[in-house]
Structure formats: structure tokens, C-alpha cells
Write a protein that binds this ligand. Structure first.
Ligand SMILES: CC(C)(COP(=O)(O)OP(=O)(O)OC[C@H]1O[C@@H](n2cnc3c(N)ncnc32)[C@H](O)[C@@H]1OP(=O)(O)O)[C@@H](O)C(=O)NCCC(=O)NCCS
Length: 183
């Protein structure tokens, strides 16, 4: 696929290479990404290639809310390939690989590139503090988005899908709480 700026992007599914790229270019701890890949069977990673070299990567997973949801968990593009439409292609590719009625991502309010990326792809931003408490607590668990300020969601209103499920409880315990406590 070519990006809107004309760059030809190819994709490979490779969870450990994706983790390596995220580790290099994502500012912040990646222990949660590693835990998801190791402990959550409904997870995967893709690497975007330009000219055969890694240009970016994403780690994503599925979890059951009231309906299944796909979460764009970690995404990063190699600095020299930024602003060329690579992340746009990655998010669209993940939506095809991880088909679900609902898609989510979280980010910080100061991340202009991520805010633009998800907004232009049809995701609605909600500040965590604007989501009613029960729905917020549940969606924080489903995304492990505690370090972020904004939830992006496509396909549903956050209140409609936020109903306690065993899947979310298990996801949160194994891949979010335990790594947080370094267990
Ligand atoms: C966020 C990130 C993945 C975006 O990757 P990218 O390949 O540069 O994104 P794209 O080129 O597909 O651009 C997506 C949109 O954001 C806009 N954009 C890109 N960088 C931007 C910036 N620094 N400020 C504002 N808008 C920006 C683009 O113009 C584009 O919008 P448009 O199509 O309307 O022009 C990349 O900046 C990155 O790796 N950041 C570090 C890791 C990170 O923050 N990950 C996200 C955590 S949720």
C-alpha cells in the first residue's frame, strides 16, 4: 500500500520485532506491551516496512467488552519516516487484521500526532475525566490506559459498551496490574 505521500509500505506480522521497534521509538516503559504479547493470546504485532527496512510497528489485542473490542495498544514510527502517512497505514491495517465492532486507543493530551492520527480515522476522543466513573474504571482496565488522558473509541459510545466482563478482569490482572506490581 502507498501512503498519501506516495511511500510504499509493506507489512509483516511479527510480534517480537514489533516489540523491538516499539522499545526503540516509544518514549516510556514497554513492560506492558511485553506482558500482553506473552500473556494475552488474543494479541499480535505488525511491522511496517519501507524499502525492506522497519519504518514502524504496532502491538494490538482483542478483549471482550459487552461486544468484542480491538485495542491499538502501542504504535510507533521510526523518526525519519514520520509524517509520511505510515501510522495511518498501520492503524488501517490493524483494523483489517483485528476485526471488531469497537476499536480503542489511548494517548496523552499533548500528543498532537496521535490525536490527529486517530481523529482523522474516525475515532472520537473522550477525556477520561469526562466519562462516568463506572464506565471509566472498566475502560481503564480494558485498555490499561492509566498513564494516558484520552480514550479514542470508534464504533460505540463508551457508556454503551462498558459492562463488567471476565475477559476484561483477566486481561487487567495478567497484563496490567501484575506488571505494574512487577509480579
Ligand atoms: C504518533 C505517531 C505514531 C504518528 O506517526 P506518523 O507516521 O508520523 O503519522 P501519519 O504520518 O500517519 O500522520 C497522521 C496524521 O497526523 C498528522 N501529524 C503527524 N505528525 C504530527 C505532529 N507532530 N503534529 C501534528 N500532527 C501531526 C499528520 O499530518 C496526519 O494528518 P493528515 O493526514 O491530516 O495530514 C508518531 O509520531 C510516533 O511514533 N510517535 C512516538 C510514539 C507515540 O507517541 N505513539 C502514539 C502513542 S498513542
Amino acid at each position: 500500500m502507498r501512503t498519501s505521500r506516495g511511500f510504499l509500505v509493506e507489512f509483516v506480522e511479527d510480534r517480537w520485532k514489533a516489540l523491538e521497534i516499539i522499545g526503540l521509538y516509544y518514549k516510556g516503559p514497554v513492560k506492558y506491551a511485553k506482558a500482553v504479547l506473552e500473556k494475552w493470546p488474543k494479541s499480535n504485532g505488525i511491522v511496517a516496512l519501507i524499502g525492506g527496512a522497519a519504518a514502524g510497528a504496532e502491538i494490538f489485542y482483542k478483549v471482550d467488552l459487552l461486544t468484542p473490542a480491538c485495542v491499538h495498544y502501542y504504535i510507533a514510527v521510526v523518526p525519519e519516516h514520520r509524517n509520511r502517512g505510515v501510522a495511518t497505514q498501520i492503524v488501517q491495517r490493524v483494523e483489517k487484521l483485528c476485526t471488531a465492532p469497537v476499536y480503542m486507543a489511548t494517548t496523552t493530551e499533548d500528543n498532537a500526532a496521535a490525536l490527529r492520527l486517530f481523529t482523522k480515522l474516525g475515532y472520537t476522543p473522550h477525556r477520561w475525566e469526562d466519562i462516568p466513573r463506572r464506565a471509566r474504571d472498566f475502560l481503564l482496565k480494558a485498555t490499561c490506559g492509566y498513564d494516558d488522558d484520552v480514550l479514542f473509541i470508534k464504533g460505540a459510545d463508551p457508556r454503551e459498551v462498558a459492562q463488567r466482563t471476565n475477559d476484561v478482569e483477566k486481561f487487567w490482572l495478567e497484563t496490567c496490574l501484575k506488571p505494574y506490581l512487577s509480579l
